[in-house]
Design a protein around this ligand. Structure first.
Ligand SMILES: Cc1cc2nc3c(=O)[nH]c(=O)nc-3n(C[C@H](O)[C@H](O)[C@H](O)COP(=O)(O)O)c2cc1C
Length: 140
């Protein structure tokens, strides 16, 4: 997979683990899954508020759920003192082929491992770039 990950090749080859996050891409399959696994109320929410939307919006909604889990995954890794690099710079179609993912679309991968002080993403090499707090948080 490293060889189909653009400029991320080295990061993947040097990582301890690579976790690939994929979104379900088959709405019928998703609906069968929730019918079988979720309480009636949750299925009702989907049917009332999500299902009537166009297919592209339903798929975007499904993908948002996976990005929510990325936030938690990164914090959880940090709390275990494991460094992580989330990477959207991957060839999604090639990942799908390699992993033989039927009905799922790979969105991004996260390389995990102990810190490499020479990694190009380290703050010592690449300074953090942050907007001022008052630009991003509005107190009302
Ligand atoms: C969704 C997402 C995709 C990213 N894709 C890549 C990537 O393909 N390659 C990479 O080196 N960094 C990528 N990054 C950036 C780094 O993994 C990491 O977030 C950054 O180095 C740490 O800086 P920050 O604290 O400003 O996020 C991505 C970050 C996010 C949130």
């Amino acid at each position: 997979m490293a060889s189909v990950s653009y400029f991320n090749e080295q990061k993947i080859n040097e990582a301890s683990h690579l976790v690939v996050f994929s979104a379900i891409d088959n709405i019928k399959k998703f609906e069968e899954q929730i019918e079988q696994n979720l309480p009636e109320g949750a299925v009702g929410y989907y049917k009332q508020f999500i299902k009537p939307k166009p297919e592209s919006e339903i798929k975007a909604w499904l993908q948002h759920q996976v990005y929510l889990s990325l936030g938690f995954f990164l914090s959880a890794s940090a709390s275990l003192e494991i460094d992580s690099t989330p990477m959207e710079g991957i060839q999604n179609e090639k990942y799908k082929e390699i992993l033989n993912l039927e009905g799922y679309k790979p969105l991004f991968a996260v390389a995990l491992g102990y810190r490499n002080p020479n990694d190009a993403n380290q703050p010592s090499t690449k300074q953090k770039s942050r907007l001022a707090l008052e630009w991003v948080i509005e107190s009302i």
